[in-house]
Design a protein around this ligand. Sequence first.
Ligand code: PEP
Length: 263
Amino acid sequence: MSRKPVIAGNWKMHNLQQEAIDLTNGIMQELKSEDKALLPEVIIAPTFTSLYAANKALKDCGCGKVRLAAQNCYYETKGAFTGECSVEMLKDTGCEYIIIGHSERRQYFGETDEMVNKKAKSILNNGLVPIICCGESLEQREAGITDYHIASQITKALRDLTKEEVSKSIIAYEPIWAIGTGKTCDSVEANRVIAMIRNVVKGLYDTDTANSIRILYGGSVKPATIKEQMAQSDIDGALVGGASLTADSFAQIVKGAICNSCV
Ligand code: PEP
């Protein structure tokens, strides 16, 4: 089964509004001559404060090659939740995807597997796509519990979701020790873990669902690494942090995921 590749840029806490507009326009300029049909699904995830501006830049261009994501959401629909944004609010700014369970949110903001599951449900109920992050720490890897830990994160994140909902969702496998460190996980090992995640989905649902869900690799992805990563059987794309902050490097990664060049 062929799955459309996805390249998503997580801008983290970077870029004022004008910088976000400039970066959005820069990415679209870099992709201008590319055939839209061959491009992967290209996603950018600015901060909440730049979503409106980035969305306006995307609409003004009208090329439809780049889509918008938020980096977080809250699962309640409205109410006294100071500082939070509901999925409906993010949809209203043009978001089609929301990243949840990123290791930085788990580490610094106490996001739990149960919260990730509630967020996934709220995102899907609103017709958006969750990008569900999972990944092991260096200590967990050295203790030999990588697969156990990730299987547990995924099982809890997907709890009570239907197979139709899971088929539409995206998972990002991001070993914590590879995020922002410049140390990319070996492609064969990343592919092994991603195949293991697909097998967990198969066990929870069925073969079709496991073959439909897109599973990305994230952790120090660079223009120089993407082709080898995309050549793996189970890696469907990348969640990119640092290298998504300049139009040139992000566009090179996007171009590296064009199916024709995945060899
Ligand atoms: C990320 O933040 O999701 C990430 C993978 O970051 P980086 O590419 O900088 O390692």
